[in-house]
Design a protein. Structure first.
Length: 469
């Protein structure tokens, strides 16, 4: 497989500065415009959709084997150039020259149900919104979220069956939904939360539906209805939240302001709130499932995590204090390695807003571009024996010498995950309560099959046994 040289990073944006976004329709790059780049359209009509769906990781690896780290393909009716490896990740995520639109990249997948979520905004507008939202992720609010997380996780795990085989994925999916509801909306809502959760579940299912038109009786139809219900609920809540205060994420957003001190509009709050719930829920469900699977598969690491958490000197019934979240390097390494092997966002789409050059190729404005954390996380030249679970890869020294964009579960640059610290905090809080209550095991010869795209999850739900401590 050809390697990218240092020169690959010296990208050149051609033509004028890109228009901020959506100013004019930007036609996708034609087959002819991509003809000089390795790759092809695949089968008539379907392109590469079926092989990509059947084995997303293998598909990209086979293409890279054949064409190298830059190739194009066609799936779901769209042509996309894949730019693989850390240099490409740096180019696209850092986007120093403002070439790549995140909004136009994600719009195809999320635009209908999650319009104007933070990830769907670009450039100056995105920067303003991101700054306004950031107040909800500062240390004060994070402490309040942790209090809610501690209570809800302890409550949730207490009800999980012990001593017999159970499917882990549905359990954690339900728990992360409850956590999103309590930390994001406030713990005291009770029965009022149920229709909100149901509407949100309908939207989640629709976000990955194959039929993208909201016909009655389809997932997309139910998703669009769910969105309308959520908008209605949140809209009624905004004045109440502003009046009574509150430390949940939604209440913080209701009080968030622009640089000039004016409040965000209701429409902005609604769009951000719904997107934040999406951004947090499936990613945490996936990454915590990966973590538990790896700890079950590697009891020696489970013991190391237990020892570290035990070393905090807290009683098992106590909540994990906010001040101790950063004292858990082993737990963090175990979580990072689980996300290396199954990054919750395995590929990241963009659209080029102007012509650009990379690694000796010229790409026209409008080109759909994909970078691929999943592929990068398994490159053997960066991660020796990439199929082996080894959290020591994230020891300080090893991380220091690695390319900054070799590990990108949270993306990077202007759109880097805004909830990164929230995610680590929730993973550690979960680990604390989990190992205090149970030890997890799996059958010795059990190798569950993972579907790696659009979000990794074990196809069979992951059979584990939770043994009481
Ligand atoms: C393990 C958990 C998570 C993972 C792996 C993850 C991953 C990512 C990635 C890869 C992106 C960037 C996508 C791109 O550049 O196109 C992103 C963006 C984002 N994430 Fe996360 N995420 C996680 C949890 C969360 C949580 C818990 C929240 C909120 C509480 C959150 C909120 C966001 C937001 C708002 C953005 C958009 C940022 C922007 O466009 O400026 N994420 N996330």
């Amino acid at each position: 497989m050809p390697k990218l040289t240092e020169d690959a990073v010296s990208v050149q944006a051609l033509g004028q500065t890109p228009t901020p976004v959506y100013a004019a329709p930007l036609p996708p790059a034609s087959r002819r415009a991509l003809a000089h780049i390795p790759g092809g359209d695949g089968w008539p009509i379907l392109g590469h959709t079926l092989p990509l769906l059947a084995d997303p990781k293998g598909f990209v690896e086979r293409r890279a084997q054949r064409h190298g780290l830059i190739y194009w393909s066609r799936a779901f009716g769209y042509r996309n150039v894949s730019l693989l490896g850390p240099e490409a990740n740096e180019l696209v995520l850092l986007d120093a020259q403002r070439i790549f639109s995140s909004g136009l990249g994600w719009d195809v997948i999320l635009g209908r149900l999650f319009p104007r979520g933070l990830m769907l905004l670009d450039f100056d507008e995105h920067r303003l919104h991101r700054r306004a939202l950031s107040v909800a992720f500062k240390s004060g609010p994070m402490q309040s979220y942790l209090a809610e997380l501690n209570a809800a996780i302890a409550r949730g795990i207490a009800h999980w069956p012990r001593g017999r085989e159970v499917k882990f994925y549905p359990l954690i999916k339900q728990l992360t939904l409850d956590l999103a509801a309590t930390a994001f909306l406030g713990g005291e809502l009770g029965a009022e939360l149920e229709p909100v959760k149901a509407a949100f579940i309908a939207m989640l299912a629709a976000s990955i539906a194959v039929i993208r038109v909201p016909l009655p009786g389809t997932r997309m139809g139910r998703g669009v209805k769910g969105r309308a219900q959520l908008l209605d609920y949140f809209d009624r809540q905004i004045p109440l939240r502003r009046e009574r205060g509150g430390e949940d994420l939604f209440s913080h957003l209701c009080r968030a302001t622009w640089d000039d001190g004016s409040l965000l509009s209701n429409a902005d709050i609604l769009n951000h709130m719904i997107f934040l719930m999406l951004a947090a829920h499936d990613t945490l469900t996936s990454s915590l499932t990966s973590l538990v699977y790896r700890l079950a598969q590697h009891p020696e690491w489970q013991e190391k995590v237990c020892a570290e958490l035990g070393g905090l000197g807290l009683a098992a019934s106590e909540p994990l204090p906010f001040e101790r979240v950063d004292d858990l390097p082993v737990t963090e390494m175990a979580f990072k390695e689980a996300m290396r092997m199954a990054p919750p966002v395995p590929s990241i789409p963009r659209r080029a807003m102007c012509d650009f050059e990379f690694a000796g190729y010229r790409f026209p404005a409008g080109t759909g571009v994909n970078i691929n954390p999943l592929y990068t996380h398994y490159m053997p030249e960066i991660w020796p024996e990439p199929d082996r679970y080894d959290p020591t890869r994230f020891a300080l020294e090893a991380s220091r010498t690695r390319h900054k964009f070799a590990y990108v579960p949270f993306g990077g640059g202007a759109h880097m995950c805004l909830g990164l610290n929230f995610a680590y905090m929730q993973a550690k809080c979960f680990s604390w309560h989990f190992v205090n209550k149970v030890r997890v095991s799996i059958a010795p010869d059990y190798r569950p099959e993972w579907r790696m795209w659009p979000i990794p999850f074990p196809r069979d739900g992951l059979s584990v046994t939770l043994n009481p401590v």
